[in-house]
Design a protein around this ligand. Structure first.
Ligand code: AMP
Length: 190
């Protein structure tokens, strides 16, 4: 199986590059952000529970997102592989993911970490906010999201580096240029 963690700060292009990887490698998309937005759109209890946390740019609890990922993996017993996008965002989530994959006799193949300067992230997210209608693509929430990323999510890169799985990708340039860097890196790494 090919199991990829796509990593980087908000606005790094994880969703865009995930879309291309899914097409090229027939992977199952596991985006906790998308799952949480779907829960909010459906008006479910989970959606109501996370709405204010997401609008504030804070992380929702590990328990909630780990349960979403466990269910997604469970629902795809014959998958070619999974791409984890916006998950894991804490070391506890990364440890739980290792456990979930282990129980299916598989593991993470690599972490692709997109690096993009902060000024570029902010301008991309503000631009996206004009169209996205997302409650968290505004200036105040963007800065809260970047600060959650620095405090809680960056250590996840060390977690995968310690396993020899961290692959750094320069995340600036056109979508195609970045996609080419990713396919080159996958060829070298796998
Ligand atoms: P994203 O679409 O990945 O940028 O996620 C949007 C928001 O959903 C984040 O700012 C968090 O509030 C929440 N979220 C998504 N994934 C996670 C996660 N793995 N852990 C905690 N909160 C998450």
């Amino acid at each position: 199986m090919l199991n990829i963690v796509i990593f980087g700060p908000p606005g790094a292009g994880k969703g865009t590059q995930s879309g291309l990887l899914i097409k090229n490698h027939q992977l199952v998309h596991c985006s906790t952000g998308d799952m949480l937005r779907a829960a909010m759109a459906s008006g479910s209890e989970l959606g109501l529970q996370v709405k204010d946390i997401i609008a504030a740019g804070k992380l929702v609890s590990d328990e909630i997102v780990i349960a979403l990922i466990a269910e997604r993996i469970e629902n795809h017993p014959h998958a070619n592989g999974f791409i984890f996008d916006g998950f894991p965002r804490t070391v506890a989530q990364a440890e739980a993911l290792d456990g979930l994959l282990n129980s299916k006799n598989t593991s993470i193949s690599c972490m692709l970490s997109l690096s993009v300067p902060e000024t570029e992230l902010i301008s991309r997210l503000l631009e996206r906010g004009k169209q996205s209608g997302r409650s968290d693509d505004n200036e105040e929430t963007i800065s809260a999201r970047i600060s959650e990323y620095k405090n809680k999510t960056l250590p996840v890169a060390d977690f995968y580096q310690a396993q020899g799985k961290l692959v750094e990708i320069e995340g600036i340039g056109s979508i195609e240029e970045i996609a080419d860097r990713i396919s080159g890196a996958l060829k070298d790494h796998l």
